[in-house]
Design a protein around this ligand. Sequence first.
Ligand code: SAM
Length: 287
Amino acid sequence: MENLSNIGVIKDVLSRHGFSFSKALGQNFLINPSVCPRMAELSGAGEGVGVLEIGPGIGVLTNELLKLADKVVSVELDKRLIPVLEETLGEYDNFKLINADVLELDLNKVINEEFDGMDVAVCANLPYYITSPVIMKLLEDKLPVKSITVMVQKEAALRLTAKDGTRDSSAITIAVRYYAEPELLFHVSRGSFMPSPNVDSAVIRLNLREPLYRPKDEKLFFKVVKAAFAQRRKTVLNSISSALALDKNAVSDILKEAGVEPSARAERLTVEDFGRIADAFYESAAL
Ligand code: SAM
């Protein structure tokens, strides 16, 4: 459908379908016509590329992705949007809608079945109530994708693209940096959405790559990261020993073995620091 980012057209489609926004499903739809083309362009959608989208809403971003990519598969939880999307995107034969909860879906299976022989990119204006779990799932499922381009709350964007070892760093910063090179692409004001949320947003892209550090045990690595950030105001020694119920002297020795100062705060540590701590735990068999 032409002019899908025009607010008059959007209001008309929604009212004809008797659609009311669900706050619980994070439904803030884009109405700023300049955002979706820019986001689709920067997502890597193009010839030979299949795009996996999460939460198409009424299909504003999907429409732009479909103009560029070979195929778009969108996962939408709200079944009331099925007839709406049939109307707005019905003209495309390279679009597929999956009515499911993205957190419950086997995304590797979807990609294998739907994007045979294509490069794959993920692109989404995420429902903000599940930003972190969706991003963690996209990373931990080790999907064969080149990049993940997502709109998130501005504060989340800063955390997700923070440099490890700096003040904005958190457990998810380390997870992102472990799997990918993050970039903050552009800011989007709250007025670009209907209904307008009470926070601003930003679009980020995670360019996936091989981990910079290969810990001996990946699960142990993430356990240590989580423990170190469990009480981020405390020292890494206190946070790890209390979160994992371990003897302080033993943890102190392990940190020193890894070349990390026990009095440091977790936010000051890099992926490599956490890698060495996890490996020192592995060698000591304390966990
Ligand atoms: N892409 C549209 C846009 O930019 O206007 C809509 C974005 S809106 C922020 C988020 C969308 O995600 C909504 O359509 C909502 O119904 C959908 N959604 C919410 N929870 C979901 C889930 N667990 N799985 C799949 N889709 C979900």
